[in-house]
Design a protein. Structure first.
Length: 199
């Protein structure tokens, strides 16, 4: 007699089971590894991973300790895995992810000064605006399906032209060109303030 196919639980795509499966895969951890560590059965870990049941607070704490992540991340209350309170607070306040924070912490003083220079320069906002539009356009099938805020930007781009509508590819090229120009202005507008030794 053929084995019955297992159906996914109603909670299979909830945050906790998704993140538990994700970190188990990232760390190459088996259900038995976790079961041995937290003192539960392998079947119980399987139920946690597919959303059929939830761990109690002791098991949740043990899972977080095993993976070295915050329990808030496992539960979906935070997008920051780190247990470091300072990193959590910086990510919360800035909206930057901890991967970006890790990159920043490994940068030299000169590299950080270059980032500061770029971000505080007047063309930076224009650069980010065009880059944001570029990625929004790239991720939509056509310009009509853009979010309203991005459609408003498209209307701004068309002002002063004879166009009333623009092809997605053309809009991408406009965004690329304008972002490149803004990037150049960052370096040339205040060139006297930056030298090769700063880069």
């Amino acid at each position: 007699m053929p084995r019955k196919r297992k159906t996914k639980s109603d909670n299979y795509y909830d945050v906790f089971p998704v993140r538990l499966r994700q970190i188990m895969e990232e760390t190459d951890t088996t259900q038995q590894d976790l079961a041995d560590y937290i003192g539960k059965s392998r079947q119980a870990i399987g139920y946690y991973a597919d959303g059929s049941s939830s761990p109690d607070w002791k098991a949740l704490s043990s899972l977080a300790m095993y993976f070295g992540v915050s329990s808030d991340w496992l539960l979906g209350l935070s997008n920051t895995k780190s247990t470091n309170v300072t990193v959590q607070e910086i990510c919360k306040q800035t909206g930057l992810c901890e991967d970006v924070m890790a990159i920043f912490t490994k940068m030299s003083h000169a590299e950080i000064e270059t980032i500061n220079f770029m971000v505080t320069s007047s063309p930076f906002k224009t650069l980010i605006s065009y880059m944001t539009s570029f990625f929004a356009v790239r991720n939509t099938p056509d310009t009509k399906s853009l979010p309203e805020k991005d459609l408003n930007k498209v209307e701004e781009y068309l002002k002063g032209t004879s166009y009333t509508i623009i092809h997605r590819g053309e809009l991408k090229r406009i965004c690329e060109r304008e972002a490149t120009e803004a990037f150049k202005r960052i370096f040339y507008s205040d060139a006297k303030h930056i030298s090769l030794k700063d880069i």
